[in-house]
Every structure is written in C-alpha cells, then in structure tokens.
Design a protein around this ligand. Structure first.
Ligand SMILES: Cc1cc2nc3c(=O)[nH]c(=O)nc-3n(C[C@H](O)[C@H](O)[C@H](O)COP(=O)(O)OP(=O)(O)OC[C@H]3O[C@@H](n4cnc5c(N)ncnc54)[C@H](O)[C@@H]3O)c2cc1C
Length: 590
C-alpha cells in the first residue's frame, strides 16, 4: 500500500486528508532481447563475472550512445527531443523508473549515470589481505523488513529472492555484548530500557525534536551506558542525533490516527466519494495541520504498510547491487544507458529539458527525472537553469542528509565477542559505539573481519582525518574494550567518505523537526511541466531506505507516462505558501 496525505482548508477548519491507494506493481513481460540479456547475465554469473551492466559495457564511448549527444545550444534552439525521458542517476530509483517506463511501453529513455555501473548507494568493494578478500558493502547492506505471512513484502526482499541473493538474518536486539572504557560490562538492562523508550516515542503530541520527545517521556540519558543504548536505538538508524531529528517522523507508528492524545486534537470524519474514501482529520486549532503529519518510518509496522521486523544482511559475493543490475539486464538495452557520464547542468522550459555533461555534450528530452541524492541537490553539484524556484530550494535545504560510515578492519584472527553486535559506551556519545562481527557463523567465519559504525557529525569528523589517525582511534577503543588482550595491527583497514563524495554528499535523508509535511510535498513536486524529482528522500513512508527509492522510481515513471498519455500535465503539485512556516509578526508577541 502507498499512502498519500495532503493538507487543505474547509470553512476555516484545518483538514488533513488521508487517502489510501493500492499500489500498482505489475510485472513486465520480458522481450526476446531481455531474455537473451538475462541468459547472458546468468552465463556470466556462472563464470564468476558480473552482468553486462555491472561490467560497464554500456560506456559512453559506444558508437550508439556517443552519436546521440548533441551540443547544448543546438539542442535548445532546433529540432525535437532526443528522448522521451532522461533518467538522471542509475540507482534503485533510476532503474525502477526505467523498468516502469518499459512496462508502460516507453522505451525511448536513457539513464545517465556518473559511475561505471548501476546501483548507486548499493555499493560493494573487495576487502581483505591477499587471499582473504571478501566482497562487502560500503552502502546499503540490509533488507529492512521482509514479509509477514502472506502480507505485503519489501520489494527489495522480492528482488533478493528473484535473483537468489545470499542473505543472513541479523539480530539487532537479541545478539549483543556490552562494553565501556573499562572493558566488558553488562548493561543489557539499560539497553532494554532504551528499546522501550524508543517504542514509547510513538505517543508524541506535537512535532518538536526527538530529544524533546524523549525528555517529555522522562527518558533522559545521563550515563555513558544510557547514552550508548539510546544511540543504538536512534542515531545508528537515522544517521543523525535525536536533537537533529523530528520527533513524529522518527516514530514508528502512524500518528495521530491511533493515539489517545490525537483524539484531543482531532475529530475523525469519514468522507465517501464515488472514487475513494477519505479519512478527514478536522483540527480545531490554527496551524495544527502543519504540526501534525503521519509519522514515519513505516518500514517495520505491518499495520501501516510495513513488512516485518526482520533484518537480512546480504552476504552475497556478487555484491548487493547485483539484484538491481540483474533486474536492469532483463529489460535495458545498451543504448538506453550512458555510464561514466556526469551531469553538470540541467536546463528546462515548459516543453523540454536539456542536460549537459562534464564532457561538454548534451542531450534533450521531453521529460527528465532527477534521482540524484538530496545531498547532491543541496550541494549545487548540478546547476539548474533557470534556478529552481524558492519553494523547491526550501524543500531541498529543509530536509537533512545523514551520514553513516562503516569502518572495516581485518585482523589475522578473531579475538572479540561471539555475538553479532557489541556496544561500546564512551564518555563521548557517538564515539565508535556500534561494533559488528562478520567472523561468525552464517556470515564470514574465519574472515577476521569486524566493523564499527559512526554516524552524523562523527562521520564528517573522520572524513577530514587521515586513515592512519582514524585507525589509531579505533584501535584505542578496542584496547579499552579488551584491556587484557594485545590488539594486533589490522591486516586491512578501510572506510568510505560518503559526505565528501560529490555523487552522494551523505548517506541517506533524515527528517528534521522544522520540516513540515508540505515541505515534503514540495520536495517531491514537479518543477514546471517537465522536470520531475524522485529518490529515497522523496518517499514519505520509507525515506532513507532502498524500498523508498524503489517505490519512488515506480511512482514517478507512472506519473510521467500518465502525463504523456494526457498530452501534457502540470505534474505533481506543490504548495506555494506553506502554512505556519512564516516568521512571527509583531502582533504575535502581544
Ligand atoms: C552507508 C549507507 C548505508 C545504507 N544502508 C541501507 C540499508 O541497509 N538498507 C536500506 O534499505 N537502505 C540503506 N541505505 C540507503 C539506500 O542505499 C538508499 O536509500 C538508496 O540506495 C537510494 O537510491 P536512489 O536511487 O534514490 O539514489 P542513489 O543510489 O544515490 O542513485 C542516484 C545515482 O545518481 C548518480 N549521480 C549522482 N550525481 C550525478 C551526476 N552529477 N551525474 C550523473 N550521475 C550522478 C549516483 O552515482 C547514483 O548512482 C544506505 C545508504 C548508505 C549510504
């Protein structure tokens, strides 16, 4: 199920229209080309190679693709568009948008991707000393929420099953060892209290920061053990602190429909029309519509369109992105993808879009779907002409981009905990706190691989430091955790720099408390009639996640095709004046 909400006003009352739609996830019929492509990918896989897309066979040097590039000016002044749709970015959103276009009969599209392969933030690498290498994940590596009985399934879980991805259940709460600066210390009771505190956040009343939400519930971490336990529940998922996050948007359960407090604020009215039924929340207070939006993230909540509480970690040596590359290989032909091509500027008018690349070539299309990360848009890595309207810029800069950094170490042999996870409580909250062992049954026994995760400002901090200095800090923490063990020098050490990477500028989006529901509507909205935006950040229900990107790719492509079939459209609407987001005026202070 997909849920959409829109804010409106009737007779001076503030209404929240809450409408539930069914998702259309039709399967495509593979063409002969697609079947041959699939066959080729299977043969390559048996031979231990990647799919054609993964091999980068669709390079910009291909005669077909290079022949399609035209100078920006020429494309602007004369002729018809080169393509019906340009898909800018070849991550999950881009590939799923392409698949949807193909299913709807639109094959005159092109994906433009800066990297040498498809997959985006599904990014694997080979790690380890010679002869002890493993393909591990720098970006996404969990399928969060799978399926409960015959209920709705996570579409990434479906892809994993379809493409035989090797995965292993990962027990976030049931397989944990706790440490602090004195070594092994059992504070599992404190840890479990933090789990309960996090669950209690769902009873929030207004949207302030998650920190204030915790405080109002009486959860005020004072000791390093309490702070580390809270960190594990919160920052380790959202990649930002409770201070930086929205209380409502980081609660798991739909709010305010099902809480007792919400009934104090709202009256629920069911409106029936010939086409759909709507639950209308009538708010008697000025501006309360802007303070209340459906809480996110719905991933784990079965009652709200989520999947299950299970988390699967990929262990597949083809890399996690192989699921999206194998999917693409079923329907995408060589001339539909341009790899190693970096978009520098996007020019748009009411009837066309022109995209110029770093090699000075350009392409034009009737429509363009921008799937670059929120961080890329915030950082002006791609220029828009004309500049994006104020409402769009506000939305882009209003949402936050968190950073999540996995620091990998490989040791000659294992000397650490036998659980899947360990938590380290330092005096400084967020200091190398979450440790995960891969040298364990079901993962990579005998690998000597361990990783520690930092997030948010700690990620930014280590990105500015040398590998040697970061390694020294990490080893110092291990010495605190194991005061009676001689910690050897690791054979391999690596961490990615997501924040500084011009193709990402962070890991995934996070919803801050100042960000209103209408801002998110604007993040998703079409600019003019030709420029569309989609990606994990535009997903209301699943922002931050792979499945959010998956559904957004499908949704945007569906909308674009509908628009084409209607002979044009205004696209997804935006909110010009966002209620209750203006500076206070003098009379407010009387
Ligand atoms: C460290 C980390 C851990 C994560 N863990 C999980 C997890 O366990 N489970 C989960 O569900 N999600 C996880 N995520 C989030 C998940 O990876 C993303 O939500 C998802 O991959 C986003 O897909 P997308 O298509 O919206 O964006 P992207 O994957 O960012 O796709 C956009 C594409 O645009 C390309 N691009 C950017 N700029 C340009 C340019 N100028 N020109 C051309 N191309 C460009 C990029 O290379 C990229 O391929 C994680 C992300 C990170 C970084």
């Amino acid at each position: 199920m997909t849920t959409s909400a829109e804010v409106g006003r009737v007779s001076g009352m503030h209404l929240l229209f809450y409408t539930i739609f069914g998702d259309v996830i039709a399967s495509s019929t593979p063409s002969l080309t697609a079947s041959l492509s699939l066959l080729l990918s299977i043969v390559l896989r048996i031979l231990g190679l990647s799919t054609p897309v993964g091999l980068g066979l669709f390079s910009p040097q291909s005669p077909i693709t290079s022949g399609m590039a035209v100078p920006m000016q020429q494309g602007h002044v004369t002729g018809t568009s080169d393509f019906q749709v340009l898909i800018l970015g070849g991550g999950v959103t881009g590939v799923m948008a392409a698949k949807t276009l193909h299913r709807r009969g639109i094959d005159n599209f092109k994906i433009i991707e800066a990297r040498e392969t498809l997959g985006g933030r599904m990014k694997s690498f080979s790690f380890g000393a010679a002869g002890r290498e493993y393909v591990l994940e720098l970006g996404a590596d969990w399928i969060h929420g799978t399926q409960t009985n015959n209920g709705p399934s996570n579409p990434i879980f479906d892809l994993a099953r379809k493409h035989n991805l090797s995965t292993q259940p990962n027990h976030y709460r049931g397989s944990m060892t706790t440490y602090d600066h004195t070594g092994l210390v059992d504070y599992m009771q404190t840890f479990n209290t933090a789990v309960d505190n996090f669950a209690a956040l769902t009873v929030g009343g207004v949207d302030t920061t998650t920190r204030s939400g915790y405080a109002l519930l009486g959860a005020k971490p004072r000791t390093p053990h309490e702070a580390a336990s809270e960190y594990y529940q919160f920052d380790w998922e959202y990649a930002q602190t409770p201070e930086q996050s929205s209380w409502l948007a980081s609660s798991w359960v739909t709010y305010p429909l099902y809480t007792s407090q919400s009934r104090l604020l709202f009256r629920r009215v069911m409106i029936k029309s010939p086409t759909r039924s709507q639950i209308v929340l009538v708010c008697p207070q000025p501006c309360c519509s802007s303070r209340v939006f459906q809480a996110n993230n719905f991933t784990f909540n079965r009652d709200q369109g989520g999947f299950s509480t299970e988390n699967l970690l990929t262990t597949d040596q083809r890399g996690f992105a192989s699921v999206i590359q194998s999917e693409a290989a079923e329907f995408i032909s060589e001339e539909q993808v341009l790899l190693n091509a970096t978009v520098k500027a996007i020019k748009y008018s009411d009837d066309r879009v022109w995209v110029s690349l770093s090699d000075e070539t350009s392409l034009s299309a009737d429509y363009a779907l921008v799937t670059f990360s929120l961080g890329v848009l915030q950082h002006d890595d791609v220029l828009f002409e004309p500049a994006l309207p104020k409402w769009k810029s506000e939305a882009i800069h209003g949402m936050a981009m968190g950073t999540y950094t996995k620091i990998y170490l490989q040791f000659p042999e294992k000397f650490w905990f036998d659980t899947e996870f360990a938590l380290y409580a330092d005096h400084e909250r967020g200091w190398y706190p979450v440790w995960q062992s891969l040298d364990i049954d079901g993962f990579f026994p005998g690998s000597g691989v361990l990783f520690v995760t930092v997030t948010g400002d700690f990620s930014k901090r280590i990105e500015s430091m040398s590998d040697q200095v970061v390694k020294a800090e990490v080893l110092a923490v291990l010495r605190s955790m194991y005061p009676n063990t001689t910690i050897p020098e690791p054979d391999a050490f690596y961490f990615p720099r997501w924040q500084s990477d011009p193709l990402y500028r962070g890991s995934y989006s996070n919803w801050p408390s100042s960000f209103l529901r209408s801002h998110h509507t604007n993040l998703r909205a079409t600019v003019g009639q030709r420029l569309w935006f989609g990606g994990e950040a535009t997903s209301f229900k699943y922002f931050g996640y792979l499945h959010g990107a998956y559904y957004e790719g499908q949704k945007m492509a569906e909308e674009i095709v509908n628009c084409m079939e209607d002979g044009g459209c205004d696209g997804l609407p935006h909110v010009e004046e966002i209620p209750c987001s203006h500076p206070y005026i003098a009379s407010d202070f009387i």
